[in-house]
Write a protein that binds this ligand. Structure first.
Ligand code: VG1
Ligand code: CO
Length: 544
């Protein structure tokens, strides 16, 4: 066995976005591309990696196994003394976060492009999580990018591939590689947080559920916990086997990409509860019989009812939501008398709030909810807390949501995505919006009056760091809001996201169709931003 130093040419495009470095598989297949970024991660960790533990795993997509092998050999050549890797190279993002935290690792590398499609023509991604289990904050990802842009060589052991399919320990150079069951520790954690006995009793009583794992990483977790530990009927979990191309599907749990689940839940034979998760298991979609639960509403319901789960019986210290997430959770925080923080998009911004104990629960409109149990959003966790609420209250999921609206009012919410727009045109739209901000207040668009607007800037209350230009928000006097930002996870052109919402306090008007209620907000947003003019599109590519 020998340690080799291999010459590489630096890559200038290895800049992590909202959640790690995400590119087309073909980009990662360039010679030395993976190695270059992995070495940049190790160099950024610096001396702290000597003798340290590293966690490693991914969502099973195309390239996962190959990059796991490369990373193992590089980690062993770079001074780590112990590497925990999920069996088969698999770890869901929340399970990886948990493993980092309980093993005292210096950090972890998660291989995933999350909800982006996989396969040879799909996307791949590499993300570094720090010792708290959370996505590296911007100063660290910035340092990785700078390092990747100047690297000239990387270190790797010249050894055959390891067998990752057998649980147990093997030696790699001076390093021990522990191949671990990806589900076991995560299941132990879930058992501490939610009342497994109550949920199991509910399933014994005939409660029926459908969980769509979308042929992605959550399959083994959902099978073991829902069907195994909790006794849900066999077949409750569908698309349970992680596939390198996710079976050709788009592993993004929303009503468009989880259409089969939606059809079942809205049909006559709907089970009592429906849920889905994304490529790497950190997102969740919740569907009640006959009623889709928007992620923003789900966060608000969880905030209002989490105390029913044993892990949260003591109540919540505070909550947080990303800026484009609806203000439904703010109303709950107000009623509970706890703080509610508004952060930029991306889980990394919740890290300091969670670490400092300021918040217990947080979430995003993009189907992400989580708590202080790990430092990532956690899809299956959200589903289990929902099940706990259903078991504790004995209520149907749709009744829970309607009661929530009756108490707090309903925030009608939709997101319109314009995908693969010309990057220059998208930048132009955002710049034009920023330029017109001072002139907007008082103006009327589609019958709505602009009350206030800004380009969201966040000052972290813990470390004082400032993150500017995080999206333009326009607040209307009619208690409606439109938010515009560009995606930081796409791999082709630019994606314009337009987030639209309107508050409706009157319970008599809680049964309307979302797009119809929001039509004036949609029209006003289109007019203000000149969406058609800038993008050449007359309709969004995806409406969720
Ligand atoms: C999207 C979502 C954001 C989420 C991020 C990562 O980012 O909007 O809320 O945190 O994906 O989610 P963007 O920049 O494309 O809007 V996941 O499941 O990739 O880890
Ligand atoms: Co994800």
């Amino acid at each position: 066995m020998s340690l080799r130093r291999i010459a590489t040419t630096p890559f200038a495009d290895q800049k992590p976005g909202t959640s790690g470095l995400r590119k087309k598989v073909t980009v990662f297949q360039q010679p030395h591309y993976v190695e270059n970024f992995v070495q940049a991660i190790f160099d950024t960790i610096g001396a702290a990696r000597q003798g340290a533990t590293l966690v490693l795993g991914g969502d099973g997509r195309f390239l996962n196994r190959q990059v796991v092998q490369t990373t193992l050999k590089m980690a062993a050549a770079n001074g780590f003394s112990r590497i925990l890797v999920g069996q088969g190279g698999l770890l869901s993002t929340p399970a990886a976060s948990n493993l980092i935290r309980i093993s005292g690792a210096v950090g972890g590398i998660i291989l995933s492009a999350s909800h982006n499609p996989g396969g040879p023509d799909g996307d791949f991604g590499i993300k570094f999580n720090a010792a708290n289990g959370g996505p590296a904050p911007e100063d660290i990802t910035g340092a990785m990018h700078r390092r990747a842009s100047m690297l000239v060589e990387y270190a790797i052991l010249d050894v055959p591939d390891l067998d990752l399919d057998v649980v147990g320990e093997v030696t790699l150079g001076d390093c021990t590689v522990a191949v671990v069951d990806p589900v076991a520790d995560y299941a132990v954690l879930m058992r501490k947080l939610v009342d497994f006995d109550a949920i199991a009793a509910m399933f014994r009583g005939g409660f029926r559920m459908r969980f769509d794992a979308m042929s992605a990483v959550t399959g083994p977790y959902a099978k073991a916990i829902l069907e195994g530990a909790l006794g849900a009927a066999p077949g409750t979990v569908v698309n349970a086997e992680p596939l390198p191309d996710f079976g050709g599907h788009h592993p993004d749990p929303n009503p468009v990409h989880a259409a089969e689940l939606m059809a079942e839940m809205l049909g006559a034979e709907a089970p009592d509860f429906g849920a889905a998760s994304d490529g790497d298991g950190d997102r969740n979609m919740i569907v009640a019989p006959g009623l889709f639960v928007t992620p923003s509403d789900s966060l608000a319901v969880l905030a209002a009812q989490a105390h029913l789960a044993p892990g949260y019986a003591r109540g919540l210290a505070g909550v947080a939501r990303s800026m484009p997430t609806s203000r439904a959770v703010d109303r709950v925080a107000k009623a509970l008398g706890i703080p509610c923080y508004e952060t930029p998009t991306g889980w990394k911004f919740f890290g300091n709030l969670l670490d400092s104990g300021r918040i217990t629960l947080c979430g995003e409109e993009s189907a992400g909810t989580g708590s202080d149990h790990v430092r990532e959003k956690d899809g299956l966790w959200a589903v289990l807390v929902w099940l706990n609420i259903l078991a504790s209250t004995g209520q149907r999921a749709d009744a829970i949501l309607r009661d929530h609206w009756a108490r707090f009012g309903r925030d009608y919410y939709t997101r319109h995505d314009y995908e693969e727009v010309d990057a220059g045109a998208a930048q132009g739209l955002m710049q034009a919006l920023r330029d017109m901000l001072p002139t907007l207040p008082g103006k009327v668009f589609a019958g709505l009056t602009v009350a206030a607007c800004d380009d969201f800037s966040y000052t972290d209350p813990v470390d004082g760091s400032v993150t500017a230009q995080q999206g333009v928000r326009v607040l209307f006097a009619e208690d409606a809001r439109a938010v515009f930002r560009l995606s930081g996870t796409g791999t082709v052109g630019a994606t314009l996201r337009v987030y639209l919402e309107r508050f409706e306090p009157d319970v008599a008007r809680h049964d309307a169709e979302t797009q119809a209620v929001l039509a004036p907000v949609i029209a006003a947003a289109g007019e203000i931003a000149g969406i058609a003019r800038h993008t050449g599109r007359d309709a969004p590519s995806v409406i969720t």
